[in-house]
Each structure stands twice: as structure tokens, then as C-alpha cells.
Write a new protein. Sequence first.
Length: 409
Amino acid sequence: LQSRRETILCSRQASSTLPPQRRAPLAMRCAGLACVRARAGAAAMGSSRCIAASAPRRAIFDDITGTIGNTPVVRINRMAPAHVNLYVKLEMFNPLGSVKDRLAKAIIEDAERTGQLKPGGTVIEATSGNTGIALAMLCAQRGYTYICTMSDSFSTERRKVMRMLGAKVITTPSSGGGTGMVLKARELAEKHGWFYANQHQNPANPAYHMQTTGPEILADFAGRRLDYFVTGYGTGGTFQGVGRTIRQGRPECKIILSEPTTAPVVTSGEKQDRTDAHGNISDFPTKAHPAWSPHPIQGWSPNFIPKVVEDAVDLKLVDETVLVDGPEAVSTAIDLSRKEGIFCGISAGATVAAALDVCRRAPEGSTVLAMVPDTAERYLSTALFAEIDVEMSEEEIEIARSTPSAILE
């Protein structure tokens, strides 16, 4: 009983508002107490093995949005070169499976605080899927209506997930790319008086990452080396927010930005044209960037440079850009599943492919951290699963026939 009371007390303290430097030792103590208790239970059953215990966490939340953030950092063991330490931050541990849960919470709560979003209001946003899913979750939980505009080139399962969450999905022609679906969202917002989330320009997006994702990384690597931080970008919120935090807290860490080989819009050095049809300068570009061409890395690099990304580049937050092609992104995501047990999407494969390139060139003993934005379940209808069959392979049939029962003919 005393051990149980100590474990509960330790868990509460470890998940409280204590500063990270005090939280980590408490968490370790709690895990140790849990192991002691598990060993005692095992001994009672005649075993001396310590039963694995879950890491301490807060167990009860007021609503689903309270579970956003504090995602784990995991070491890559089988894919990384032996002379470096490669870690990934797994954002699929957010409740709806992607880093965009953070963005959605940031934008909705900022709109509520500033009075832009009233009870029972309607939210609209253009998205490749993850932001839309996250906003659909937030709107469902808080009683708002959510409408998404989305190019018909993106995976169909994303539309289904959003509609499952109660959202309305307006598909736009793929020929218009990202600018087309954004233009549609802006038109609808203006016509109907809906709140436009404006993820590519909204300062609440990078601000939230600067307040949460960045400090989480600093806390996790306190007392450890952190030589390189590798990320891609969609809106640029993670890139700018975490980048600013790392520049302040770990200035020795190099920030690596990865882009598709066929869409090197930042790498090109060419500014985004933000002139509208009347010759006025706007935050939102009406034309595609000339260095962009289609690529299969959904969620990465729209056909324009988002204002959040442009501001981050102007802040000198990029030490190096690394280009990744589509097939390499897909193959790396598959390797992460099959060699590390990390079930992630194409954008994660692309980011880790860039990180592996950094690892191969990094000095011995370097530590590299890469972002893993989402889960592979968002990509069932894409190139990621193109070679994953539903029916049994010849090898599987042979295994099935190796014993006499339950053979499917």
C-alpha cells in the first residue's frame, strides 16, 4: 500500500506543472516504484521477472484537446549510422495522429480569446488533410461547424476521417494546387462570414510551437548533445516555432530544412510573388512558385512559400536545406515501419531520409533529431501502400499450407 501511494504521488508530481528539470527525476523514480510493485506482484505468482510498466502520465483529462503535445522522442537503432545518435519526435502520438493537432489547438484558442470565433460559429480552412482532421476534432469537441477545402489529389481516407468527425469537405480541382484550395476557402469565408483559420499566415501557429514543441525538445535533451534538428514544412509552424526556440536555447544546434527534389522553393532562393491582380502586395500568393512542381510528399511544400516559412527564412533559421525525392521518402517510411516499428507517413519518411543524409556527413558522436509528423494510416490509398497487398502472397500461402487445418482455397 505504501508503495502504491508513493507511485501515485510521484506520478501526479511528474505530470504536474513542475519545471522539466524536476519532472524528469520524479518520472524516473515513479517508473522505479512501478517496477518494484510489478516485481512484488510477479514474485507472488512465483516469478522473479519484472513486468514492464507504462511510463508515468496524467491519466485523466477534461477533454480530448488536453492530450495534445508532450510527444515522445525515440532513438533510431537499426537504420542510423553507428557513429551518430539519431532520434525522432513522434507527433503521431497526438490524439488525431499528427503534429497539426497542435496547430489546430493554437488557432482555435487564439480565435476564441480574440473574439474572432463565437460559440456555435463556423471555421473554414484549406488543407491537405492533417490540419483539417485536427480542426475537425477541435470543432467537434467545442461545438463549432468545420468546413474544409481540399484538392482532390490528396488521399481519400483523409476526407473520410474529416467527415467522420462531422466536417464538410469541399474538394477543388488538383490543377489549382494549394493556391486553388486556399483561394476557395478565402472566398467562402468572405461570402458567409466564417472564421478563416489562415494556417499559412496565422502567427498563432508558430507561436504555439515556440511555447510547446520547442521547449519539449529542450527539456528532453537537457544535459545531452543536440547537434542537428531536421524538419520539413507544410505551413512552416514547426519549422519557425521550434527553430526560434532552438536558436535561443541551443545555439550550437544546426537547423536543417528538407524539401522535395521537385519543389525546391526555399532552396532556389527565389522570393514568392505576393502581388495580387491589382498590383497590391498580399500575405497570400495568388501564383504558384516557379521552382515548384508536383511531388508525392503529401503535407509538405505547397505550390507557394507560406508567409510563416518566408518569415523563418528571413530570421536566418535555416543552416542547410536537403532535398529528398518521392521514392526515397516512400522507401524510408517503409523502412521505419519494418526496421524500427515506427508506422509513419510519407512526410516522415522524407524528413528521416534527410536526417540520414545529415547523419552520414556528421562528425562522430553527433546527435540528430528529426520530426515525424504523422501516422501511415493517412496514406492507405497512396504510393506508400502501392506494394502492400490485401491478399496472401505465395510465401504466406506456403506457410498456411504447412499445417493441415483452416486452409483458404
